[in-house]
Design a binder for this molecule. Structure first.
Ligand code: IMP
Length: 442
């Protein structure tokens, strides 16, 4: 049986954010909630994000399109802050159509969204390859180069440009010329032909034309009609360009940029749900104080099937870091926590949970986002009893083993935000709603 989401109370306009380094299981929460919403909105990132949703025995993979597309009456919006690879988007649309998902007028794409072009993906890879040490370990989806070009303004291509041949040709001719100079001087890479790129993306633009519109206007019209909006954050707070573990971050404000990325001010939000794994994982480079590069980490990875949805890379795994979690929850104003993958922690005799860092001999409970400083943080752990009972078939929060309950209580008391949803498996029915009270802030 699907969980009774109404136990969370009236959510109002809701934002869902990942509170660690991504892959927390936001997709499952979004999927559970979208039935209550009229709009599902992506406002940051691009096809670097990835989540899968299991409905019955069918599994769907999403990178750009909100999983709200599985619900017939939900309008799915790729707002201005998303960077869109039109080739990847069309292939995702095709794949979903092949699985019987109808994508018509319910997919809306901002004309102001920036376009990830083939040279962005190439630049992403070339730049990573050139960094001998200190690689970011990007997903090579062209995200960083596209956002850099957006900030440069003169190097940018937006969705509106794809729909106008003359504008697109002028821009590509000039930009590809600059890229060729850069690629040849810096990476010794062969030149690109702007006409090939033009043809390829122009055709994509034609196919996407019916979906492109002014999504800021669309969303404000929706607000005027009291429609319910669900904002689907991609990536996660500790990868936020400003508030994450810089420079090992992605290139968008994935914890804090909702207003800029959608045109909807944060004052219109009623609920912010923070999604967190019962442990930590990270893909790519960067500091990770509670990482367990040992048997424990391997056990978590195997039990949690911790391999990237987008790149297939094995994820680094470790104990839950409450210092990082509390920071992340503060930075994005979380009103309720969803703890995912609790089932993965079954079979450990005891569990560790980080409640402070020692940095240069000083103890702190405040997260240090600077990557160099964080790399010196030594975690201070509390030890909690584990449990051996499988959680896979639990029907109610009352049936949680007392040790699991205690683990959740410790999260709640440290972060000072109620844990309201607990996931114990990938399926919709493997979800427990716990506690009472209101998650919405107003
Ligand atoms: P980029 O976003 O491809 O530039 O990658 C920058 C960093 O963010 C790399 O460490 C990626 O592994 C990480 N990253 C980006 N998106 C996600 C995500 O959705 N889940 C997990 N890690 C991500």
């Amino acid at each position: 049986m699907d969980p009774d989401i109404s136990l969370l109370g009236e959510l109002g306009n809701t934002s869902i954010v990942g509170l660690q380094w991504g892959d927390e299981g936001k997709g499952k929460i979004v999927d559970l909630l979208t039935g209550q919403f009229d709009y599902a909105i992506r406002w940051n990132g691009g096809s670097n994000a990835g989540h899968s949703v299991k409905v019955g025995d069918k599994k769907y993979a999403f990178h750009l399109i909100p999983s709200g597309i599985l619900r017939q009456n939900c309008v799915c919006v790729l707002a201005n802050g998303v960077v869109i690879d039109p080739i990847a988007l069309l292939s995702e649309m095709d794949q979903l159509a092949g699985q019987g998902v109808e994508i018509g007028a319910n997919l809306r794409i901002s004309s102001q969204a920036h376009v990830v072009l083939p040279y962005h993906k190439q630049q992403d890879q070339l730049s990573e390859d050139r960094l001998a040490a200190g690689k970011i370990g990007t997903t090579a989806r062209g995200i960083g180069p596209c956002y850099s070009d957006k900030a440069s303004r003169t190097g940018a291509v937006r969705m509106a440009d794809l729909l106008d041949d003359r504008r697109l040709a002028e821009k590509l001719q000039r930009i590809v010329d600059e890229k060729n100079a850069l690629f040849s001087a810096l990476y010794n890479a062969p030149p690109l032909n702007w006409k090939d790129i033009f043809q390829q993306v122009r055709d994509c633009g034609e196919q996407l034309r019916p979906h492109v519109c002014n999504t800021t206007a669309l969303l404000h019209q929706a607000l005027e009609k009291n429609k319910r909006l669900l904002f689907e954050g991609a990536n996660a707070v500790l990868l936020d360009l400003d508030h994450g573990t810089f420079p090992f971050v992605t290139s968008s404000n994935c914890g804090t940029g909702l207003a800029a990325g959608s045109g909807v001010p944060a004052t219109r939000l009623n609920t912010v749900l923070g999604v967190v794994k019962a442990y930590c994982s990270r893909v790519g480079g960067g500091p990770f104080p509670t990482e367990q590069d040992n048997e424990i980490g391997r056990k978590i990875r195997d039990r949690g099937r911790e391999f990237g949805t987008t790149t297939g890379r094995p994820r680094r795994c470790g104990w839950l870091d409450l210092v990082a979690l509390r920071y992340a929850a503060k930075v994005c104003g979380v009103t309720g926590l969803c703890v995912m993958l609790l089932d993965v922690l079954a079979t450990f005799d005891s569990l560790r949970i980080c409640t402070a860092y020692e940095i240069d001999g000083k103890r702190t409970q405040w997260f240090e986002p600077d990557a160099v400083d964080l790399a010196r943080a030594v975690p201070v752990y509390e030890e909690l009893p584990g449990w051996h009972d499988s959680l896979d078939n639990l029907e109610s929060a009352e049936d949680l083993p007392p040790q699991a309950r205690r683990y959740l209580d410790r999260i709640e008391s440290f972060v000072q935000v109620p844990v309201r949803v607990v996931s114990v498996g990938p399926a919709r029915h493997q979800t427990l709603i716990i506690g009472t009270g209101v998650v919405a802030m107003r």
